[in-house]
Write a protein that binds this ligand. Structure first.
Ligand code: IPE
Ligand code: IPE
Ligand code: MG
Length: 246
């Protein structure tokens, strides 16, 4: 592995430490070209590597990407099966490059509903890249913010029932410890491509004070230049967290 991999992410003043992306618009991108929706998903998956590799120079340490939502099962069986096969292939093909680039990969979402083979590949990739620290890539797969909060609450309630947690001690710091994102900082910037101005159940709890960028570009057309522009614009935002300037 090249030495450079170990150098880590640059500290770039004003950069968002954690960027989360709702990668939307693959279907429309394909339809515009008279091709099946899966063609768009393949084109979209190919964009990911460039964006991950752009992170260190931009000062982005954490990148979280929305790949499949808990609501996306509503799509046709052909599209869902095609996406699942794409995820399996993506992990198999990209594992080595991700490892060599110093990327640590994690998955969030309810993985128990995914097929066994895909779950095994996800576990392997997390283990393989577990030593890396250059960029932290989190892939949201069968992820829904409400589902995540419900699963977290269930485990919290189990701890209360077992006497491990006192209800009087539950505060804003408690629930995040049960979320899939427990080891990640909250996102600073959430980007959604394709012109839709909604968050579609993504990182509901974690994005309470995130800055948002809704851009018209369809995900398969998203480039590192666009990414760099949005990251730079983030540096001009005035984050007040409810406070006021004296
Ligand atoms: C995002 O693209 C990828 C997934 C949701 C899996 P879409 O498939 O939602 O594309 P559009 O929104 O239909 O164009
Ligand atoms: C959100 O996009 C989920 C992903 C990008 C994986 P959708 O295309 O599923 O969201 P809606 O249906 O437009 O809200
Ligand atoms: Mg969509």
């Amino acid at each position: 592995m090249a030495e450079i991999v170990r150098l880590g992410t640059k500290a770039v003043a004003g950069a968002p430490r954690h960027v989360a992306i709702i990668m939307d618009g693959n279907g429309r991108w394909a339809t515009m070209r008279g091709r099946p929706r899966l063609f768009g998903h393949h084109a979209g998956a190919k964009r990911v590597r460039e964006i991950v590799e752009a992170c260190p120079d931009l000062g982005v340490k954490y990148l979280t990407i929305f790949a499949f939502s808990t609501e996306n099962w509503k799509r046709t069986q052909v599209e869902v099966a095609g996406l699942m096969s794409l995820f399996r292939r993506y992990i198999t093909r990209e594992a080595r490059a991700l490892f060599e680039e110093g990327v640590r990969v994690r998955f969030i979402g309810d993985r128990l509903r995914l097929d066994r083979k895909l779950q095994a590949l996800m576990d392997e990739l997390e283990t393989l890249t577990g030593v890396n620290d250059r960029v932290h890539l989190t892939i949201a797969l069968n992820y829904g913010g409400r589902d995540e909060v419900a699963r977290a609450t269930k485990r919290l309630a189990q701890d209360v029932a077992a006497g491990r947690l006192n209800p009087a001690d539950v505060d804003e710091e408690t629930l995040p410890r049960y979320l899939d994102t427990c080891v990640l900082p909250d996102p600073d910037l959430v980007i959604r491509t394709s012109g839709e101005a909604r968050i579609s159940n993504f990182l509901l709890w974690q994005s309470a004070y995130a800055e948002y960028e809704f851009i018209d570009t369809l995900w398969p057309d998203f480039t590192k230049e666009i990414f760099a522009t949005l990251v730079a614009r983030f540096g001009t935002r005035d984050r007040r967290y409810g406070g006021a300037k004296p």
